[in-house]
Write a new protein. Sequence first.
Length: 369
Amino acid sequence: MDRARSAAAVQATPRGDDESVSRGLRKAAGYAWRLLVVGVLVYETFTILGRFQLVAVAVFLALVVTSALRPLTDLMGRHLPRSLAVVLALLGSLLLLFALLSLAGYLVAGESAKLATEFRGGIGQIERWLERPPFRISPRTLSDLQGKIGSFISSHRSLLVSSALTGASRVVEAATGAALALFCSIFFIYSGERLWHWFHLQLPRTSRSAWDRAGRAAWTTFAGYTRGIIIVAVTNAVLVGVALSLLRVPLALPLAVLEFFASFVPLVGSPIALAVASVVALAGRGPIIAVVVLLLIVIIGQIEGHVLHPLVMAWAVRLHPVVIAVSVVAGGIVAGVIGAVVAVPMLSVAWAVVCALRDRSPNPRSGHH
């Protein structure tokens, strides 16, 4: 009996290391190595895109232009030849953009000298305010701080000049990227569906359905995000322009244009633009108006977060605000301003593709390519 029990106990004893490890730990290990593989793939993808940054940015801009101008082109294409509709849509948008930038540059150049004088007066007013209660900062401390700032600028003047020269050398690169983006935009708007159909036919028959679902979901999400962020940016720019005009802040129109472009960086772009506006308000209207402009950061942030984004972009981007914030910061760390701009649309497209592939229904949301 004892030998039988011993044999049964030996047979009941787990044989192998896998059986001695708990099921939860094995499951966690499986997820861990899969996440490592995904992380390596994402890292390598960003590395490759970093080496071809000019081409990647140009194609991204072309897709943005296509998603913004495709509805207008389709509307004009009902009454005009397709090629003429594409030319009119592109030329009209470029002329409008150049007109806004030229007007903003003209206003900045016209008021720069006056603004510099008012800024020095505003700084002096702040110094006198800091010398009074409750701060009671001595004038010597303030003058020492100004001296340190001046010496820092003087000691780093060569670095600033070299940075400016480096930026000037990238003008040609930026012009090349803009030309490539315009070239791609023409073909994407004119014959995007045919390009997608050609690509679709090059795939194996067994995978065409999945690729079609993923591609249509990706384009629908990307186009919806782009059009939504443009609406949000225009609304923010109008609100900022009206508010600064009512407060009689100098350079209201250029600051509104800055707000428009800054709104393309979710969560952080608009506050940075309004911080610049508060500095201009400090120079032109004094510290009280500057504080009022700072309050606009909170007000416009609430309008954007609780009204504009839920109404305009909820159907296109189904990401939690925490995920958006983390992706913007991570994109900025990896690729600077460009990374912060493209992080949210890339993540939204990736999530839409995952959802489309997970859904086996044969009729996903349709979109134009």
